[in-house]
Design a protein around this ligand. Structure first.
Ligand code: ATP
Ligand code: MG
Length: 380
């Protein structure tokens, strides 16, 4: 793909999604600007007149403050848009993973007493906050709950800083297979390892480990673990059904994914994989945001003319400034070449470049700047 076809690819799918979609999920590699983009989309949608809720995950402290999210609360609170107030509303909240998980237990347990017993189980308390994929799954679960309230035109959901952007798509599957407990059962009951030597060794090892750990910590871990699986047994079907509903919501044509990347090759590769994965899963992309890209600088005067001027100067400061100009131009060009090379052959609905701003984006003015770029494809 050439730079000009990238420009052509900006067919405004993203701004249409901000106006029309019911769910927008921002996703991408770690640190590329998912949370910032989710917040900026929220601002853009509110200015378009939509009643919008942004569900953020671990926003930077100052961004959280700008959105009035000083404490971790499980309920949405309205963002004061100040001078940017428009016809819509912006609400925001942070994901409270534990509360969401607890609520899921309340819904699925056979009785309030059973729910209380599970919530007091030490294994549950440890696993519910540390199991890999739990945060991703709970974000999707919370999204579904919010969707069911029917209170929002648009739900913008941020995704956690996962090792891989693909993690959360697998989270419901991973969660249900964990709850099925196949692996742990195998580890705990060597007899269940179908007579395979390796299974027996692993099983015996794990049991011994847990016994030792139980002695060392003075906790009766085995009892807790057995109790945990007994308690979850009856809830497994409910969890599985819920995971299916969550996937169904994500597959709806009104749910779209905004893939965010920086102009660096590793996140770009991840963005490409993610876009391809969306296609395979029948999910709907809203577009790609290339965040923190260097703005293109005009080619006038040409680099050669600038280089001649640098040579002619015996003023170090000015020569330095001009060299910097050439460096920034080259960097801006290289970033666009990397974007084009990484996305070669990918069916892109829309690509929006969001320039690197002067400082971190931690106030409504910064979000508004990004919101305008997202909606118009222009940085000014
Ligand atoms: N266009 C931009 N210009 C300048 N700084 C930016 C821009 N976009 C984001 N940032 C800054 O980059 C940092 C990372 O952004 P953000 O927290 O949104 O990334 P993330 O993808 O959500 O990270 P994580 O994977 O850790 O959740 C923040 O300090 C943010 O203010
Ligand atoms: Mg984030």
């Amino acid at each position: 793909m050439t730079t000009s076809t990238i420009t052509e690819a900006r067919r405004h799918a993203l701004d249409r999604a901000v106006r029309e979609a019911h769910v927008l999920v921002t996703t991408g590699a770690g640190g590329v600007g998912k949370t910032t983009t989710a917040a900026a989309i929220g601002v853009a949608a509110a200015l378009e007149g939509r009643r919008t809720l942004v569900l953020t995950i671990d926003p930077a402290r100052r961004l959280a403050q700008a959105m009035g999210l000083e404490t971790l609360e499980d309920e949405p609170s309205q963002v004061d848009l100040g001078e940017y107030t428009g016809p819509g509303e912006l609400w925001a909240m942070m994901l409270d993973m534990q509360t969401t998980f607890d609520r899921l237990i309340d819904t699925n347990a056979s009785s309030p007493a059973e729910a209380a017993a599970i919530k007091n189980n030490r294994i549950y308390r440890t696993l519910s906050s540390s199991l890999s994929g739990t945060q991703e799954y709970m974000a999707m679960e919370r999204l579904h709950e919010l969707h069911e309230t029917g209170a929002w035109d648009l739900l913008v959901i941020d995704t956690p800083p996962t090792r891989s952007a693909l993690d959360f798509l697998d989270a419901p599957k991973r969660m249900t297979s964990f709850l099925e407990g196949r692996l742990l059962r195998l580890l705990l009951k060597p007899g269940m390892a179908a007579g395979r030597g390796i299974g027996r060794v692993v099983g015996a090892g794990a049991t011994a480990f847990i016994r030792v750990a139980g002695k060392v910590t003075g906790m009766d871990l085995l009892d807790d673990l057995a109790e945990f699986f007994r308690q979850f047994e009856g809830m497994y079907e409910g969890f599985k059904e819920r995971a299916e509903q969550v996937l169904e919501l994500l597959r709806d044509p009104d749910s779209r994914f905004v893939v965010v990347t920086s102009p660096d090759p590793p996140p770009l590769r991840e963005a490409r994989f993610f876009l391809e994965r969306l296609q395979q899963e029948g999910l709907h992309p809203a577009g790609l945001v290339v965040n923190r890209i260097r703005p293109e600088l005009p080619r006038d005067p040409t680099d050669a003319a600038v280089a001649r001027a640098v040579d002619a100067l015996d003023d170090d400061a000015n020569a330095g400034a001009l060299r910097l100009l050439i460096d920034i131009r080259n960097l801006a060009n290289r970033q666009r070449r990397d974007v084009a090379a990484s996305l070669y052959g990918v069916d892109l609905r829309s690509l929006v470049e969001v320039p690197l701003l002067g400082g971190d984006v931690h106030d409504l003015a910064g979000l508004r700047t990004i919101a305008t770029t997202l909606m118009t494809g222009r940085s000014r």
